[in-house]
Design a protein around this ligand. Structure first.
Ligand code: HEC
Ligand code: HEC
Ligand code: HEC
Ligand code: HEC
Ligand code: HEC
Length: 445
């Protein structure tokens, strides 16, 4: 064997070791007792604590859909496929970091009220001192619990703890520790910070904090002086107000006045003016956004208009259909002949903005750990505008006069057929309006 070959093999082995080190070496290294409880912080940081309890951050382990997916799909899957045990334990590296660090995996169910329920807690975040490696992903945070709490301000004094400024608290990479995720197949199944990094907000120096932890005048602790304080809102897709208007919508006809038998063309512009990443982002395997266009003629008769196809590869996954998918849920659910459930649950022909995840058999999946490939990325990037066209042959019996068109853009955190199959509470699959637009044409004889 040549010396180069040997060197290469050694380097490759080191790389494998380092990759494993990122997610595995923390498990079971720090007992729960090293971390303070959020209730301890609450006695002084009153507002921040109440904000946090309303954010998904405090529910990352206890939230119903998290419990259902973790226990009924992920843990159940790892019981059937033992190689999945490591990655499935790893869910907790982000959702219940204290349990993961304590080696308390699989943690007790949320109903047992264990410390796993603290989810992404104050003391976890405020004892982070850095990132393993260059690119943050898969709970790559370095954590150093103790008397010292790290933050974005210099020289603060507290009776309960020491404080220290650490630049990482001002950086998007801090969030990327948990908001980027690579699965066992090496697929980026979550990439919010990476999307941000290649977009305009990173270039403009606008980190996640400016939109998810905006600063406002107030007191960060009972005894503190007034100052600009980072609000711990962390509001995202679970806040209808955050979603509302995230995409701006306008539409117009190519021709305003048309004959009764004309073919009409409508254009819709969708502009992502509000998010620092793609929409949808994060749990992209679960989330969809879709555009529903209808026409109403002068007699009040309503018609649904399907979107024009553009002809790109994989486009069939971006247009509402009744096709079945998510067959791989049958494995953890113990249903060998499971055919899957409907892929979309939205009106046939509507445009869907999404990126499909495929299992090793090439069927769409919501089990991100079982994702071997990704399909076409038809989401709307930060400050990107997409145009959709709707070509419509006026129906024979159309009333003469004004025809009004309405475009409705909706969002769903979890595709409804999956939510219904798994018994996930309604609120996770409710239809959330993002925006709407209207235009009109005049039909003459
Ligand atoms: C007895 C009251 C008290 C308790 C309990 C307390 N803090 Fe503080 N904390 C303060 C005060 C006072 C400051 C300084 C505020 C200022 O001057 O702006 C502070 C500042 C901070 C800062 C800002 C540090 C910086 O440099 O930016 C962080 C972070 C922090 N506390 C986290 C925590 C966490 C986490 C807990 C619970 C584990 C906690 N605190 C418990 C009183 C307290
Ligand atoms: C997901 C991580 C995360 C969690 C959870 C979290 N914080 Fe923070 N906190 C931050 C970051 C990041 C900053 C700095 C934000 C900035 O300045 O832009 C911060 C800032 C602070 C500050 C200083 C605020 C200011 O601007 O004066 C205090 C105090 C604080 N946090 C306390 C807490 C307490 C108490 C909790 C729990 C109730 C908590 N944090 C939960 C990440 C977190
Ligand atoms: C310019 C403002 C802006 C910036 C910068 C920004 N976001 Fe967002 N974010 C939004 C808006 C608006 C939404 C709601 C629309 C949506 O869900 O995409 C959102 C949604 C989210 C969601 C919820 C997605 C879901 O489907 O549940 C997460 C998670 C998130 N952002 C994390 C981040 C992280 C991490 C960063 C930094 C790497 C970041 N955001 C930067 C505005 C921003
Ligand atoms: C220790 C891991 C961790 C860190 C660090 C972290 N997050 Fe999160 N974050 C999570 C998890 C896990 C969830 C999902 C909660 C759930 O299960 O719905 C979440 C949820 C969110 C949501 C809510 C999404 C929704 O669906 O409504 C937003 C917004 C968000 N994070 C923003 C941030 C920002 C901004 C930062 C950096 C300042 C950050 N996070 C740092 C783990 C983390
Ligand atoms: C690298 C960190 C990380 C790992 C590992 C991780 N998650 Fe998450 N998870 C997140 C973040 C961050 C979000 C929030 C994203 C968003 O809001 O779109 C999230 C969202 C979710 C959601 C959606 C929550 C909701 O309320 O809509 C579920 C369910 C979930 N994760 C389950 C799991 C399971 C099961 C595993 C393990 C197989 C896992 N996660 C592994 C970070 C992680």
């Amino acid at each position: 064997m040549s010396r180069f070959k040997l060197l290469f093999i050694l380097l490759a082995l080191t790389a494998v070791f380092l990759y494993a080190a990122d997610d595995e070496d923390k498990k079971g290294t720090i007992p729960y007792s090293q971390f303070e409880k959020p209730e301890t912080c609450a006695s002084c940081h009153v507002d921040i604590y109440q904000q946090w309890t309303q954010a998904m951050m405090s529910q990352a382990y206890t939230h119903h859909w998290d419990e259902i997916e973790y226990f009924d799909l992920a843990v159940a899957h790892a019981e059937k496929v033992p190689e999945l045990k490591g990655p499935v334990d790893g869910c907790n590296g982000c959702h219940s970091p204290l349990a993961y660090l304590a080696g308390d995996v699989t943690p007790p169910r949320p109903s047992e009220n264990s410390r796993a329920n603290e989810s992404v807690s104050c003391d976890l975040c405020h004892t982070i001192t850095g990132i393993h490696g260059d690119v943050p992903f898969n709970f790559s945070y370095i954590v150093n619990p103790g008397r010292k709490k790290y933050g974005a301000k210099e020289g603060l004094v507290s009776p309960h703890h020491d404080t220290e400024f650490n630049k990482i608290f001002t950086q998007a990479e801090f969030c990327g520790n948990c908001h980027n995720e690579k699965n066992p197949y090496g697929i980026w199944v979550k990439s919010t910070q990476l999307e941000w990094k290649e977009g305009p907000y990173s270039e403009d120096g606008v980190p996640c904090h400016q939109c998810h932890m905006p600063k406002a005048l107030g007191r960060n602790a009972k005894m503190a002086k007034e100052d600009m304080v980072a609000q711990h809102l962390f509001n995202g897709a679970h806040d209808p107000g955050k979603l509302a208007g995230a995409i701006e919508l306008r539409m117009h006809p190519v021709e305003r006045e048309v004959e009764y038998d004309a073919v009409v063309e409508i254009k819709v512009q969708l502009f992502n003016g509000k998010a620092g990443h793609k929409i949808p982002t994060g749990s992209v395997e679960d989330r969809i956004m879709w555009l529903h266009v209808t026409a109403t003629d002068a007699d009040g008769k309503k018609y649904h208009i399907p979107v024009d196809k553009k002809g790109f590869e994989g486009e069939e996954y971006t247009i509402g259909s009744t096709e079945l998918a998510y067959k791989d849920m049958g494995v953890p659910k113990g249903l060998p002949d499971f055919k899957g459930v409907e892929r979309d649950g939205v009106p046939v022909g509507d445009r869907i903005f999404r990126m499909p995840y495929f299992d090793p058999e090439g069927v769409m999946t919501i089990m991100q750990w079982n994702t071997k490939t990704l399909g076409v990325d038809y989401r709307i990037g930060p400050r990107e505008t997409k145009i959709e066209t709707f070509t419509w042959q006026l129906p024979e019996n159309i009333a003469i006069g004004k025809v009004t068109f309405t475009a409705q853009l909706n969002y769903q955190k979890l595709v409804k057929p999956v939510a219904d199959f798994l018994g996930v509470p309604e609120e996770e699959s409710e239809i959330l309006p993002i925006n709407s637009a209207t235009t009109w044409i005049e039909v003459y004889d």
